[in-house]
Structure formats: structure tokens, C-alpha cells
Ligand binder design. Sequence first.
Ligand SMILES: Cc1cc2nc3c(=O)[nH]c(=O)nc-3n(C[C@H](O)[C@H](O)[C@H](O)COP(=O)(O)O)c2cc1C
Length: 191
Amino acid sequence: MTNKTKVAVVYHSGYGHTKVQAEAVLSGIKSVDGVEALLIEATEATENLELLADAGAIIFGSPTYMGTVSAPFKAFMDASSAIWMKGGWKDKLAGGFTNSASQSGDKTGTIQTMSVFAAQHGMVWVGLDLPPGNNSTGGSEDAMNRMGASLGAMAQSLSDVGPDVGPPKADQETAHYYGARVANAALRWAA
Ligand SMILES: Cc1cc2nc3c(=O)[nH]c(=O)nc-3n(C[C@H](O)[C@H](O)[C@H](O)COP(=O)(O)O)c2cc1C
């Protein structure tokens, strides 16, 4: 038994790129004292939703496929209707991240889907508070939040590189920062 606040990451990754991002979110959660971090693949969470019952916060992660979450992640969302029926995730914190090949790639659609999903569950959404990293002459491809997201953490993995190359360090650092942000928020929320 532990009295630590649990922060879970539920993610899908078809080819490993979003998994790298998920692991960076996880490392950010782990960097916060007093928090227990949990990484769960979406299919496993679909089969055992009880894994999330005692989490204080759940961070959702999916690649952007066709402008929205991937099918396995959507299956997890739909399975969670059983939890929705009993308000099981009400007042947990929530957050989201996504990764895709194009700079935009319609990633906003993916995180909006996650945030509406969280709101349906009565969860409280935590956005990303980093300024855009690459929207002026002073910005750079190497800056945190180079994708310029606010709703959650975004990453870009070029379509012809493996997960050993993409998403790049800047996006992993952004994901790490976001994991720590949600973990700190979960501690305050639980106080
Ligand atoms: C079915 C499918 C749909 C995709 N749709 C998009 C898209 O809408 N926008 C985009 O930028 N990239 C799209 N991509 C590219 C993926 O988002 C990209 O390759 C990502 O890194 C895959 O992450 P994963 O390795 O975690 O599965 C798509 C890839 C697949 C396989």
C-alpha cells in the first residue's frame, strides 16, 4: 500500500514514436516527489479499467491518425463508458498528448477529442503552460513546445524515421515538462 498520489499515463502507439513521448511524460511524473507513476498501454487499460480506479490523474496519449485518436485508443475511450456510468473518474485530473508526422497534422483535433472525453467523465483538464517555442525569429526547432500547443503536449516524428530518431529531444523535453506539471497539479489537487 502507498499513500502517494498516483498519476497514470494511458497511451497507444502503433509504431513506437508515441511510446517515446509517453515515456518522457512518465519520466516527468517520476521527477516529482510524492507521486507514483504508472504507464499503461491502451489495450491493457481497455481490458482492465480498474487499473485506473485509484489514480488521482490520468494523462491520455495517442498518435494522431486521420486527424484524431487512433482506433485502439478510441476503443479504450468507448470501454470507459462503463466507468462513466458510475462517475468513477469524476474530479480526477486529466491531460493529453499526441504525436504525428506533420507539423500540424491536425493534432489539435486529437487533444480536443481527449479533453471532451475527460469533460464527459467530469475530470478536470490540465493544459500546457509553456509559451510557443518556435513562432518568432528568436525561436527554434530545438525549443520546448516548438509545436506551439496549449491544450496538451504535442510532438512531431517525421514519417520516414524510427522511434530512435523521432520525436526529437525538444518534444521529449516538452513531454517531460508536461508530465511534471500534471503531477504537481495532482499533488495540489489531492491536498
Ligand atoms: C493510419 C494512420 C493515420 C495517420 N494520420 C496522420 C494524420 O492525420 N496527421 C499526421 O500528421 N500524421 C498522421 N499519421 C502519421 C503518424 O501520426 C506518425 O507516423 C506517428 O509518429 C505514429 O506514431 P506511432 O509510432 O506512435 O504510431 C498517420 C499514420 C497512420 C498509420
